[in-house]
Every structure is written in C-alpha cells, then in structure tokens.
Design a protein around this ligand. Structure first.
Ligand code: UDX
Length: 449
C-alpha cells in the first residue's frame, strides 16, 4: 500500500481522490490550505455535495487511513506519491490561471524529503507544457538530495459522479518520461481494471482538453441543429435519436437545451481556444462552440420575452439552478445566466432547486428561493425548466397549472416533453421543436415559393 498526499484535498477532484485512494487501502493525507475546511473534513463533514462522499469520508477517517492537514510539512515529506489537484480557474481572457498550481508546486518542492524519491502526479487540468512547468518549479525549491518525477494523469470526472468515475474509469491516461514513475502510478490504478494509456506529457495533457472540447462540441452541434429545427419545423429530439443511433456518433451528449455549464466545459474550451491561438492557429470551431452555447441561453430568454409579451413585471418560476442535475454547483450555470438575463428584463423570479438553494442565496440574492417546488408557481406567468432534476419529471402538473396565473411552460432541457405538460392544460415550448407554420415558411423559401 502506498503513502499518498493529495494537495488540493478539500476540492471536488482532490477530495474525491483522497477518499477513493483511502478506500482502496492506501494511507492518504489530504492537504488543503483552507484550515477551516481541513477541520470540517477531519470531523467527517463533507463541504461538497457528492453521491456517496459523506459515507466514504467517514469510513476512511475512522479506519485511520485518511486524515487532512493544512500543513505541507505534515504531509509531503512522508508521501511516496503527491497528487496535485489544485484548481485552475480561468483568467478573463480564457487562459488558465496557474497561480494555485505554482504555489502548490513551490510548497511541494520545498517540503520534499532529502534522500527520498517522490512522484508528483499532475491531476489538475493544466495547459500543455504544465508538466515541465511543475517540474521546473519543484526543482527550484527542492532540497539537495531529493529526487522526484512528474507524471501527467488527467481526470475525467463528472460532478455528482466523482467517486463512481474514480473507481470505475473508462481509461487511465499516464504521461511521463520516467518509466519507473509511470509504472508506480499505473500500479495504483491496476485494481480498477481500466485500460491504461501510457504516453508523453504533452499528449496526456492535450487528451483532457480535447475530450472536454469534443463533448462540448457535441452539445453545441445539437443546439445549432435545434435552431434549424425551429426554423424548418423539425423536432431536434427525433433528429438526435436518428443520428445518435449511428454508433460512430453515439446517442450521448446530444440533448439540446440551454447549453453546457459547470466548472469544466466553458473553462476548458476557453483555455484550448487560447492554446490554439498561442500556437499560431485559428480556433474557429472552438469559438463557434462557445458562441452557440451563449446563444442558447439568450435565445431561451428572448423566446420567453416574446411569448409573454415582454418579461417586465412577469413572474417566472425557475425550476433548477445548478448547472446540471445531481449537484449543488452554480459555477457557469446556464440557469444562472438565464436568471440574470430575465431579471435585467424586469422579470420577478421564484426559483427552486433540490440541492443548490444555499449556494443560490449567496449568488442570486434578488431571486425568491423556494424550498417547495409548487411555491414557485403560485401566481406565475411561466415556468422555465432549466435543470433536468428527476423531481421535475414527477411534478403534479395539474397542481402547477392550478397555481399559475399564466399557462406557459418553457422546457429548457426538453426534459418533460409536450405530452404531460399539454395534458395538464399548459402551453408547452421546448428547444428545437419547430412549429408547423415555420416549416411552411422554411420550405417555401427553399422551393422559392
Ligand atoms: C464534464 C465532463 O463530462 C467530465 O468528463 C470532465 O472531467 C469535467 O467536465 P461535468 O462538468 O460534471 O463533467 O458535467 P457533464 O455531465 O459533462 O455536463 C456538462 C454540462 O453539459 C451540463 O451543464 C449539462 O447540463 C450539459 N449537457 C450535457 C447538455 O446540455 N447536453 C447534453 O447532452 C449533455
């Protein structure tokens, strides 16, 4: 069993790995510079909303295999492997902000033990070239006689499924030029049974960005087709089913809606755009992906505005604030963008979310937040479903219709579909589900009529 230190051990990725590696039997110290968070974690209180995390945290603290500290001296010198999991947020121009990574690499270097060899695993999503950057910073601060190697090992974790994705990966990517270090890290993952791809640092680093950019491209592609469906009178859910049945395309990530958000896709596509420009190339496709995504939210609000004869003074029930279901995370949430645009146009918002209300109270203080879904609809002119939480599929829509003063149901995720909504007497408007007159107009223009 290996002694592991996870730097950034209080964040989504770091905490997930700290807990999961302890679960696999390793001795793990999670390091976070936020002392209050460290105390909270040592008491078994997870600051993060993740399926299975509280139980796994508690179990591994109790077993003695897991502890947390804010002190590098108390974590790094003993470790055989140090996972670097600090955040890499975006700067305003889209470039990755590596300040936390630099600070962590400096402290890791300064605390390496002399006469010992330590492996540093780059887990954070960092631009191509980051392994050399980290190795250089560590070299600058390491004491005489300490040896180390860096292995690039990107994560592909989905929020809400972090522990599942760590313990059941599709693949493990290991980049590095020290075969012994790569083999040691590979041994950590071998019990998980996933294919292990060994490569150079730069290819490993690019795999992460390319994977996220490709998935984001799928979403923007189907959102672009959704726009066309609205003009031509086709139904994007049927088109997506028809193309997704081709195994070369695949059905996943073809849900049209108000677009992608979260801490990864917008940031990583932005960073890849900057990397492409930095390499002297034109990031045309990536720019289009981001633009279509922003447009998806704008179009949704414009639609609401048109259908309500103006949003000023209208009461809108917003269903879902998190950037996706299964998380309380509001970062880059399309729902938040929709809420802000609606508010600017004078709408009064009453919002529900099964998990994100505490975060929303800080982020959206001008929105009336309701614990009870039906409370949002009291006197509302429209419902705008923005996050596909299962609770919404189970809602009593007749009750909703009775509570509303209007009848508009805007399904920003094509989640409920027209049938149950119309059966409750509400007017259903989804994304990319064209109306007949538009078809006629579209066809007419095509045939020159
Ligand atoms: C993503 C990647 O899936 C993961 O591999 C990577 O490591 C981090 O980024 P995550 O941000 O947790 O994970 O969310 P994901 O489930 O991929 O969804 C991202 C966004 O896309 C959400 O806002 C979601 O609502 C939206 N989405 C997803 C769509 O709009 N349509 C789809 O078909 C799929």
């Amino acid at each position: 069993m290996t002694r592991v230190c996870v730097v950034g051990g209080g964040g989504y990725v770091g905490l997930g790995y700290a807990v999961a590696l302890a679960e696999l039997g390793h001795t793990v110290v999670g390091l976070d510079i936020d002392a209050a968070r460290v105390d909270q974690l040592n008491q078994g209180d997870s600051p993060i909303f993740e399926a299975g995390l509280p139980e796994m945290l508690e179990r591994n603290l109790a077993s003695g295999r897991l502890r947390f500290t804010a002190d590098y001296a108390n974590a790094v010198p003993e470790a055989e492997i140090v996972f670097l999991c600090t955040g890499t947020p975006s700067l305003s121009d889209g470039e990755a902000d590596l300040r936390q990574v630099r600070a962590a690499a400096t402290s890791i270097g300064a605390h390496l033990a002399s006469g010992r060899s330590t492996i540093i695993v780059n887990k954070s999503t960092m631009p191509v070239g980051a392994a050399e950057l980290v190795a250089g910073i560590v070299a600058e601060h390491a004491p005489q006689g300490a040896s180390y190697a860096v292995v690039s090992n990107p994560e592909f974790l989905r929020e809400g499924r972090v522990l599942h994705d760590i313990l059941h990966p599709d693949r493990v990517v290991l980049g590095g030029d020290d075969p012994r270090a790569v083999a040691t890290v590979a041994a950590l993952y071998e019990p998980l049974g996933a294919p292990i791809l060994r490569t150079d640092h730069r290819s490993a680093e690019l795999i992460k960005y390319a994977a996220n950019a490709f998935l984001a491209t799928k979403i923007s592609f189907i959102n672009d087709i959704a726009r066309l469906c609205e003009r031509l009178g086709a139904d994007v859910t049927i088109v997506a089913g028809g193309i997704g049945a081709d195994p070369r395309i695949g059905p996943r990530f073809l849900n049209a809606g108000i677009g992608f958000g979260g801490s990864c896709f917008p940031k990583d596509v932005g960073a890849l755009t900057r990397m492409t420009e930095g390499a002297g190339l034109h990031p045309g496709l990536l720019r289009a992906v981001l633009e279509i995504n922003r447009d998806a939210q704008r179009r949704f609000v414009t639609r609401a505005d048109q259908l309500l004869g103006g949003l000023d003074g209208r009461i809108v029930a917003l269903w879902g604030l998190a950037f996706k279901e299964g998380t309380d995370d509001l970062r880059e949430s399309p729902s938040v963008a929709v809420a802000e645009m609606m508010q600017e146009r004078g709408a009064q918002l009453r919002a529900h979310d099964p998990a994100a209300l505490a975060n929303a109270a800080r982020r959206l203080p001008w929105v009336t937040l309701c614990d009870d879904l039906y409370e949002t609809t009291r006197g509302a002119d429209a419902v705008a479903l923005c996050t596909p939480w299962p609770e919404y599929a189970a809602a009593d829509l007749k009750r909703v219709a009775a509570l509303m003063r209007g009848d508009l149901f805007l399904d920003g995720r094509n989640f409920l579909g027209p049938r149950p909504v119309e059966a409750a007497g509400l007017r259903y408007v989804g994304i990319g589900r064209g109306a007949r007159p538009a078809l006629d107009a579209g066809l007419a223009s095509l045939v020159g009529g």
